[in-house]
Design a protein around this ligand. Structure first.
Ligand code: G3P
Ligand code: CA
Length: 226
């Protein structure tokens, strides 16, 4: 079973920060997951919410703040909100990266950044998985960079997953623990996709999800499950 560090090792470190990604690397997680938005000055920044209110000491929408303003904020324990490039520079191909397109208009800048970094030989397109609950944004990404793997995220049952998987040439269907069951995993496998399940933070849930034949789990505690 593949272990994906959800927002890094976010159970013990401030989520989506370099400290949380470093801890995930120290735990030998196969992959890290992170969320991206575009800020006012145009850079891709790694943060889950549309606003900085929950995870930092600031207030306001990410889209209304410049990178300088965002990086002045404390994202927990003195950590800053990182750019996606800063995370690439930290990870340097030592783990795969699952980039969740959380914000609007993220497909193109993410495709551009992956292309740019892949030229430099540290990163390869197969090191990435791009996912989103916004399937239109996934479609935009797939058109721009079809060689990069796509994970279709569902917050409930995976309606029309066969049609969507075909259109996006999807690598995985990413499901919540609430809806994962052996029969569903079997149907998805038969269709040619892996099943990645979020978010597994205790051993009882880990056992239950493992028993369904799931390929990967997202966890806030990679150090407990690797
Ligand atoms: O990709 C799995 C998981 O990250 C999706 O939910 O809200 O944690 O971004 P969320
Ligand atoms: Ca996410």
């Amino acid at each position: 079973m593949l272990i994906v560090a959800h927002r890094g090792a976010s159970g013990t470190q401030p989520e989506n920060t370099l400290a949380s990604f470093q801890k995930a690397l120290d735990a030998d997680a196969t992959a890290i997951e992170l969320d991206v938005h575009v800020c006012r000055s145009g850079e891709l920044v790694v943060i889950h919410d549309e606003t900085v209110n929950r995870t930092t000491n600031g207030k306001g929408k990410v889209a209304d703040l410049t990178l300088a303003e965002l990086q002045n904020l404390d994202a927990g324990n003195g950590e800053k909100i990182p750019t996606l490039q800063e995370v690439f520079d930290l990870v340097q191909g030592k783990a795969q990266i699952n980039i969740e397109l959380k914000g609007k208009h993220t497909a193109k800048p993410v495709a551009d950044l992956i292309r740019q970094n892949s030229i430099e030989n540290i990163w390869h397109t197969e090191d990435f998985l791009i996912s989103s609950f916004n399937h239109k944004e996934l479609k935009r990404f797939h058109k721009l960079l079809p060689e990069v793997r796509i994970g279709i995220l569902y917050n409930y049952r995976p309606f029309f997953f066969r049609t969507k998987a075909r259109k996006l040439n999807a690598f995985s269907i990413n499901l919540s623990t609430k809806v994962v069951k052996a029969k569903r995993v079997e149907r998805i496998h038969k269709n040619g996709q892996q099943v990645w399940v979020y978010t597994v933070n205790d051993h009882q849930t880990f056992e239950r999800v493992s028993d369904t034949g799931t390929d990967a789990v997202f966890t806030n505690f990679p150090e407990q499950f690797v």
